[in-house]
Design a protein around this ligand. Structure first.
Ligand code: HEC
Ligand code: HEC
Length: 172
């Protein structure tokens, strides 16, 4: 939900023909990543493909290819040291912005799909509830405050991540 609902409802998955294979579901996720710019890495493409093929397609949980992907996913990725998932990640605002595609809809200085972060900071300056309001908008989505286009919710973010993002926006 966190990664897919940025662009469309998860119902898209259920509308696909039944019985798609692991290869077909993985190709579908690769298309989201490559053609449409979904913020998912190659490991996630593989894991999502496997999950969708078992839950909605022809693959079985005990298939050797699925077991291999699950085992790989269970291990920490070699390139990502454990520190990446530690609380220190909260400070990595640029990483959060990139991983959650915030910057495909926002820039600091100009309106893109969503308002410029500078505009947001200006509007909430002096509002004692600013931090709470912006955290709520990031976590739960926002609509009607800046125009007719809504912002999707980012319910998968941790509390400290939402807090760091809201603080960052307020400082722009
Ligand atoms: C950056 C935008 C974006 C993200 C993120 C994204 N998609 Fe899509 N997706 C699209 C677009 C664009 C289409 C095709 C156009 C349409 O029909 O709206 C699409 C279509 C689909 C389809 C229908 C089949 C097809 O090829 O048209 C499925 C299934 C799908 N997406 C699954 C997912 C899943 C699962 C995720 C999350 C892992 C995801 N998408 C994330 C943009 C995205
Ligand atoms: C698909 C496009 C899109 C993405 C991705 C997106 N936003 Fe937004 N954002 C919007 C739009 C559109 C609005 C204006 C919504 C409204 O009118 O209430 C908005 C509004 C906001 C606001 C102001 C909310 C308020 O209460 O006034 C903040 C803060 C914000 N976004 C931060 C973020 C952060 C942080 C991320 C990444 C985690 C993000 N956005 C990802 C489109 C997006």
């Amino acid at each position: 939900m966190q990664k897919c609902a940025i662009c469309h409802s998860a119902d898209y998955v259920a509308y696909q023909p039944p019985g798609l294979s692991l290869t077909q579901w993985t190709a579908e996720m690769k298309k989201m990543q490559r053609a449409y710019g979904a913020p998912i890495d190659d490991g996630e493409v593989e894991q999502l493909g496997a999950y969708l093929a078992v839950a909605y397609g022809s693959a079985k949980i005990k298939d050797p290819e699925i077991v291999a992907i699950a085992q790989k996913a269970g291990k920490p990725a070699p390139a990502a040291p454990a520190a990446a998932s530690a609380p220190a990640a909260a400070a990595d605002v640029q990483g959060l912005l990139a991983r959650n595609a915030c910057l495909s809809c926002h820039s600091v200085t100009q309106k893109v799909v969503g308002p410029a972060y500078h505009e947001v900071a200006a509007r909430y300056q002096g509002d004692a509830q600013a931090q709470a309001k912006l955290e709520a908008s990031i976590r739960g989505g926002s609509s009607g405050k800046w125009g007719s286009v809504p912002m999707p919710p980012f319910a998968g973010l941790k509390a400290d991540e939402v807090k760091a993002l809201a603080e960052y926006v307020r400082q722009q």
